[in-house]
Design a protein around this ligand. Sequence first.
Ligand SMILES: Nc1nc2c(ncn2[C@@H]2O[C@H](COP(=O)(O)OP(=O)(O)OP(=O)(O)O)[C@@H](O)[C@H]2O)c(=O)[nH]1
Ligand SMILES: [Mg+2]
Length: 356
Amino acid sequence: MLAGESGLGKTTFINTLFSTTVKSYTDSSARHAGSIRKTVEIGITKAELEEKGFKVRLNIIDTPGFGDNVNNKESWQPIVEFLDDQHESYLRQEQQPNRRSIHDMRVHACLYFIRPTGHSLKPIDIEAMKQLSTRVNLIPVIAKADTLSPQEISDFKHRIRQVLEAQGIDIYKPTIDDQDPFDPQSAKGVTPSEAEQIRALIEAMPFSVIGSEKDVETPDGRVVKGRQYLWGVAEVENEEHCDFKKLRLLLIRSHMLDLIQSTEDVHYENYRAKQMETRKFGEARSRKFDNPKYKEEEDNLRKMFTEQVRVEEQRFRQWEQNLISERDRLNKDLETTHAAIRQLEAEVENLSLKRR
Ligand SMILES: Nc1nc2c(ncn2[C@@H]2O[C@H](COP(=O)(O)OP(=O)(O)OP(=O)(O)O)[C@@H](O)[C@H]2O)c(=O)[nH]1
Ligand SMILES: [Mg+2]
């Protein structure tokens, strides 16, 4: 899954990754003819790649970037709901009698794109990453690495690591299996060079990336995926220009299984435990809201309802007032009638006295 502010190159990154690795993929939304347009909804692309003779099926989930909503604070909410929905769907299927054909759409990794400001993280990034890190293997990446100098990238990485640590945001850490040293006889285990490679991965985090769908020619005559500038070419697959290769290595070679395993052991388990604590068996999960847009609609409806109640209340009050004055009027009438009767009675009395 890819998430982060709008215009940072998430969709471009997918296309770059595909064009450098994937054998086949079936979807149109991630691949626009000509120019790339803004992503407006969560979209899933299915792809297949072959890795050491194994066919691996991937789902890539592209999300709309933050930054255009009136209320930016909640722009990550649909993504959080999406992640929870996948855990929930798995949980429900696990509770069914037939568990052989479980459709597992749990998200194994979320690349979070950070704007290459060179300064620090934005509050919205911190908040979004906090929410995501408790639900999915979070892998922050510095977008558009070609816009920063190597020194700026290194300083920026350092600062991001500090903020993540200070904020207690748990990002995904590739594991080195020290318990499983290489055994030359069985050819199993982690070789020292593999361990070294993984250590280099960890040191390079958060990875910096460059995305490009174009093939360009370098001054020394190579044709590469990259971005052409007056001063030369920013190459996607050049380790001196960015960490694209490291990230790709981690995602689809060295740590794919680890990502799947830790999703099951850490994130799904977290979700399951939390739901078991707060919910009765079989009860539906409560949602805050699906979409900031719905929230707005809900607010408007509530306002309209309150206004209607107010108008009705006023109408009732007026009606009550009318009734009271009508009662008073009738009471007065009654009093005058009574007085008249008393008067008449007195006259009758007088007349009968006179007659005697
Ligand atoms: N300089 C530079 N520009 C890039 C890079 N990657 C993408 N872009 C450009 O950034 C613009 C936005 O790219 P998108 O891939 O649409 O960005 P997005 O993150 O998917 O944006 P939303 O869909 O709105 O969230 C495009 O013009 C890309 O060509 C990069 O690595 N470096
Ligand atoms: Mg996009």
